[in-house]
Design a protein around this ligand. Structure first.
Ligand code: HEM
Length: 535
């Protein structure tokens, strides 16, 4: 049997003793001075969602602009600026920080720790992220960016991205140290909850790739600062490899962890073998590490082609594992389950599109096929998984449930919005429509497809607005109060109140003896099933 029940203080069982943050003062002063990982995690999550609104809005404008030839809303230079801003905001200010925030909140709870390893480091990372995000907008306003006309603005732009890379690394060091060093007794790495494991893999590999990005930014800064032409050296490509094939899969690894946590719990059938989830996530991370694939000359390398093709396998295995749980346990029509399954389907479509794109001879590089691949993976996949995480962990984050109806609406808008946004780009990619194209060689079908894609984008933006509004409501305390373990879940974050006390657990977390300690405890309390008794 697993012994995971929080015991009254004073028991002499082996205890994990991480730093514990005192309760923060209320209001703005509390936010500014806190080093409670739960407050920092929530700040990361909410801020990243607000950036998503801006990033999604920029994407919608791009979608309208490229429907047919001629620019409707923006000028030529502004289109290029909005294009780069959209990718940077969506990936660097929303997606990465969202999962950093979720992990800052959840990883200590999932491993049974009373706090995060470096609370002040996490707090510094959040404030550096916020300042660099705002600086990025300031840089664009000053005509910076890779296509900007102001050298000072471009310096500011490169500085803001560099600060963002440092903030990401700092937040990751704190999360990874917690996952490695502060686990409850008995929780071997192979027994770690799958979201935490996905942060070890995806976060660890991001931590390895971030210095490479930082190096590139320093190189561009030196070039720009001493009179070189940043745009002429293809600077955006030197930044955008961070979310391109194969590195894009590393950014989606936490989404796999989210789906592998939620689906077995809500379909009431544990994974047959926890280690299969560990392997799928690990394999996906290894194939996704792509800091080596930044320059076009590597795109025909056997390694690049193989990594692109083989990356379909973990996505397929993910679908297989989740499908097996649903088949054995049954399908409960609950918003987090819909959102998580939808994310897994899109991750598979993204990997499939990535696999096809590396086939030599098809020459899909530089076409909007790449935008479709990115949107399936990071929008339909990772962003839908982010929404699944909000609906599933809202009880822990804010002590209330998000409305199931709103979650279903977010699922429909995001799932189908992503399909409609990306599928036309696959077809237009086959007819060689290049990325960032606003002057189409042949209109007609391409225009209709671009229009369909813009309509998908509009649905997506609506989905973002519903998700963000619902989350802000929950953050303000609106919604049905949640019990400690409303889903009858498996992992330690559900062994404490919703939301948890400042020190996370009332009592000591005892040794765990499996990957699903809470499920074990429930089964033990119920006694053996009748069919087992007769055996
Ligand atoms: C919410 C609605 C969204 C809309 C309407 C939208 C729309 C667009 C459009 C129209 C493009 C230009 C494609 C082209 O012709 O070159 C684009 C590019 C891009 N989008 Fe989105 N997008 C959305 C969400 C997202 C999200 C959530 C992410 C990532 C988390 C994302 C990441 C990107 C990236 C990285 C590119 C650049 C693609 C490349 O250069 O390969 N988008 N988006």
């Amino acid at each position: 049997m697993t012994e995971t029940r929080p015991e009254p203080p004073g028991t002499d069982s082996a205890a994990v003793v991480p730093p514990v943050a005192p309760p923060p003062p209320a209001g703005l002063a509390g936010w500014l001075t806190t080093y409670d990982h739960k407050v920092i995690g929530r700040l990361f999550v909410v801020t990243s969602l607000l950036f998503l609104v801006v990033g999604g809005g920029a994407g919608a404008v791009l979608g309208v602009e490229r429907i047919d030839s001629g620019l409707q809303v923006l000028g030529e230079g502004t289109f290029a600026q909005v294009y780069t801003l959209h990718g940077e905001v969506a990936v660097l200010l929303f997606l990465v920080p969202f999962f950093l925030g979720l992990a800052t909140y959840l990883v200590p709870l999932q491993v049974g720790a009373a706090g995060i390893a470096f609370p002040r480091g996490s707090a510094t990372a959040y404030w550096a992220y916020l300042v660099s995000g705002l600086t990025l907008f300031g840089a664009y306003a000053a005509d910076g960016g890779v296509d900007g006309g102001s050298a000072v603005g471009t310096d500011l732009y490169l500085l803001s991205l560099a600060m963002l890379a440092l903030a990401t690394s700092l937040a990751l060091v704190s999360i990874l140290t917690t996952a490695v060093a502060l686990r409850a007794p008995g929780m071997s790495m192979v027994r770690t909850p799958l979201f935490t494991w996905s942060m070890v893999v995806g976060g660890g590999l991001t931590l390895l790739a971030t210095p490479v990005l930082l190096g590139r930014l320093i190189e561009l800064y030196i070039l720009n600062h001493f009179g070189g032409d940043v745009a002429a050296v293809g600077a955006f490509g030197q930044i955008a490899w961070f979310w391109s094939l194969p590195q894009v899969y590393v950014l989606a690894v936490p989404a796999m962890g989210v789906a592998l946590e939620i689906v077995p719990v809500l379909s009431r059938a544990r994974l047959r073998r926890h280690v299969s989830g560990i392997a799928v996530i690990g394999f996906s991370g290894i194939l996704g590490f792509g800091a080596w694939a930044q320059v076009e000359s590597t795109f025909n390398d056997t390694l690049y082609v193989l990594a692109g093709l083989v990356a379909v396998l973990p996505a397929l295995a993910l679908l297989g594992l989740l499908g097996d749980s649903v088949r054995r346990g049954g399908f409960a029509r609950k918003a987090p389950l819909l959102l998580a399954l939808g994310a897994a389907v899109h991750l598979f479509l993204g990997a499939l599109a990535g696999g096809i794109s590396v086939i030599p001879g098809l020459e899909l590089g530089g076409t909007v096929w790449a935008a479709a691949q990115v949107h399936y993976t990071l929008y339909g996949g990772a962003t839908l998984a982010a929404f699944a995480a909000l609906w599933y962990w809202s009880p822990k984050l804010w002590g209330v449930h998000l409305s199931d109806g709103a979650g279903t609406a977010v699922f429909l808008l995001t799932f189908w919005g992503a399909v409609l946004l990306a599928a036309p780009d696959l077809l237009n990619g086959l007819s060689d429509q290049t990325l960032m194209a606003t002057d189409l060689d042949e209109e007609g079908l391409a225009t209709i497809l671009n229009g369909a894609s813009a309509a998908g984008g509009a649905l997506g933006v609506l989905g973002v607005l519903v998700a963000v509004t619902a989350t802000l409501g929950a953050a303000a305390g609106r919604g049905t109060r949640a019990l400690a373990d409303p889903w009858e879940a498996n992992t330690l974050e559900w062994a404490t109140t919703s939301p948890p006390p400042p020190h996370n657990f009332d009592g000591t977390v005892l040794a765990v003896t499996s990957a699903a300690p809470l499920a074990d405890e429930r089964e033990h309390a119920r006694g053996p099933a009748p069919s087992q008794e007769t055996r």
